[in-house]
Design a protein around this ligand. Structure first.
Ligand code: FES
Length: 106
């Protein structure tokens, strides 16, 4: 299992607004879904678009390049042209901080 890293205050993550944060030598996108905060890789699986530039609507994020939509809770593709899921990182909230586990290399 990867290391847990504090990346932002929980109150910095606003509804419907992706927040890009550093995680080790890369970046991840935080988003609020209901009362939960999720963390996804900032890389569309269709053609490498920055998913953080997309819009969040009803628990999904839409890639700004060609319009693929992904479920923010599961990373699952909801509409093409992407066919592979986004990577979802484990998240914990501790003492008001968002902590993300970088499990990309496990
Ligand atoms: S790069 Fe995201 S839909 Fe094409």
């Amino acid at each position: 299992m990867g290391e847990w890293v504090s990346v932002a205050r929980a109150d910095e993550v606003l509804a419907d607004t992706p927040l890009v944060v550093d995680l080790d030598d890369g970046t991840v996108v935080l988003a609020r879904v209901g009362d939960d905060i999720v963390a996804i890789e900032d890389l569309c699986t269709h053609d490498g678009g920055e998913i953080s530039e997309g819009c969040i609507v009803e628990g999904a994020i839409e890639c700004p390049r060609h319009g693929a939509r992904f479920c923010l809770r599961t990373g699952e593709v909801l509409s093409p042209p992407a066919y592979e899921s986004l990577h979802i990182f484990p998240v914990r909230i501790e003492d008001g901080m968002v902590r993300v586990c970088d499990d990309r290399w496990d």
